[in-house]
Ligand binder design. Structure first.
Ligand SMILES: *Cc1c(COP(=O)(O)O)cnc(C)c1O
Length: 454
């Protein structure tokens, strides 16, 4: 069939292993203990996660087996479809072949259950019954709430306050799955109380909410922490996305020249792009890989590559990453899932080695592209995903102008059904481009943990 639009794999094609880019990027900077400066060990992580996940976090093995019970739950929504965006191509008048890998078909509506299910499974195996976490727009919180429901575990979610009010349906979804959702900064933790004492109107940030969740997990022996992005094991679990996409391109008898993903902490981007990069590093075709970040929270294009904390209070190990500084509070843009001060160490490492490029895109342009996409393809994208769409459309128009037919793949990380308020704001003309404040960056970078010799 020449005008095929959907490339579907069967249940047996769900990957049996996760792919770990660290195996093909030797020499990456280790995580460090903030007290001693020594390399983090499995033991250091056991206070907040089970040994299986701690080992995956530090692993340099290329392939790690996916437990069968996890694959069985994946089977409800995986393999996720790969679509050819033929109507979008026509609307743009481009000779480019545009494909998107759609992760919005999971019960929570994004890629995040790929790791939520795995993390809940390993914690349950280890006898842990309670999980604490943070969430931005609520995508991660609702994904962990889903996993908690499936494995009968208690889930507490600290949700960035501005999103808690902007996106009530996500917290209602968490409640429906049986999780508890608290607006952050909250008075439930020392970290939250310290922030509120300084700024009672603080809109919150992922860094602050992470401190609250870590404090609860660290202070209670029966509670573990589950992270939605940034961590190596999270990117590992997301590698099912790119592995499936490679198999689907074989069905399409095509291969991407360009791979694009939206980046908050880097997990859907890494999940999609790393299997392609791994193939390239092992002698396969070269792909141009582009990370699309919001210009209001430009971690890779304006931040610095440095050891920093993953949270505001400084409870995490020191992580070498592109960062705006752990005290940076991004403006309240609607792509709440992209408002994080740092970038996954593996994505940062790939950027540092010029294996990928980064570009910053503006909110209004992203919504315009999201609407162009929705009207052509029918799927209303999550505001986060519109960042990848915006860059994909830009590249497709470049193909048109240059008269070159490149193959473009982007990650459609989720649907925007709970974000229609943001679309309404855009359509009614009340949405603005949030300006990035260089002075705020400067003062935040001044608070980087400078005592670490890199
Ligand atoms: C959370 C989220 C993102 C950003 O997080 P990453 O870890 O960078 O993937 C992107 N898209 C959607 C739909 C999300 O929910």
């Amino acid at each position: 069939m020449t005008d095929q639009i959907k490339y579907v794999l069967g249940e047996k094609d769900i990957p049996r292993t996760w792919y770990n880019l660290a195996a093909d990027l030797p020499g990456g900077a280790p995580m460090l203990h903030p007290g001693t400066g020594a390399e983090i060990t499995v033991d250091d992580l056991l206070g907040i996660m089970p040994e299986t996940l701690a080992r995956q976090e530090l692993s340099r093995e290329a392939e790690i087996e996916i437990p069968e019970p996890v694959r069985q739950i994946y089977a409800q929504f995986r393999p996720a479809p790969l679509f050819r965006a033929r109507r979008l191509e026509r609307a743009l008048g481009t000779p480019a072949r545009i494909y998107y890998k759609y992760e919005g078909g999971s019960p929570a509506g994004s890629h995040k259950p790929n790791t939520a299910i795995a993390q809940a499974y390993y914690n349950k195996q280890a006898g842990v019954t309670r999980l604490a976490t943070e969430t931005g727009a609520g995508q991660w919180g609702s994904s962990l709430a889903l996993a908690g429901a499936l494995f009968e575990m208690d889930v507490s979610v600290f949700m960035v306050k501005v999103s808690y009010h902007q996106k009530p349906y996500r917290r209602m979804l968490m409640a429906t799955y049986g999780a508890r959702c608290v607006p952050s900064p909250s008075t439930e933790t020392a970290a939250g109380r310290a922030i509120l004492a300084e700024d009672p109107d603080c809109p919150g940030s992922l860094g602050i909410a992470t401190s609250e969740a870590l404090e609860v997990a660290g202070g209670n022996s029966d509670v573990n922490y589950a992270g939605g992005s940034v961590l190596n094991h999270v990117l590992l679990h997301q590698s099912v996305i790119g592995q499936e996409a490679i198999a689907q391109f074989a069905l399409a008898d095509d291969y991407p020249d360009i791979v694009i993903g939206a980046t908050g902490g880097g997990s859907n981007f890494g999940g999609l792009a790393f299997p392609f990069l791994g193939a390239q590093l092992r002698g396969g075709s070269t792909v141009r890989v582009i990370a699309a970040e919001p210009s209001s929270c430009p971690t890779m294009t304006q931040g610095t590559l440095s050891y920093d904390f993953g949270d505001t209070a400084g409870l995490t190990p020191l992580i070498k990453m592109h960062t705006l500084g752990h005290s940076f509070v991004p403006p309240p843009v609607h792509a709440g899932g992209l408002r994080y001060h740092g970038m996954a160490p593996l994505v940062s490492e790939a950027l540092d080695r010029d294996l990928i490029e980064a570009t910053a895109v503006k909110q209004l342009s992203c919504f315009a592209s999201g609407i162009t996409f929705a009207r052509a393809e029918g799927i209303v994208p999550a505001p986060e995903s519109t960042h990848a769409i915006d860059v994909a459309i830009r590249e497709a128009l470049r193909c048109r102008d240059e008269g070159v037919a490149r193959t473009i793949l982007f990650g459609l990380s989720g649907h925007g059904h709970f974000d229609l308020g943001a679309y309404e704001a855009y359509l009614s003309g009340s949405l603005r481009d949030e300006e990035f404040d260089p002075a705020a960056l400067e003062s935040s970078l001044a608070k980087l943990p400078g005592f670490v010799s890199v």
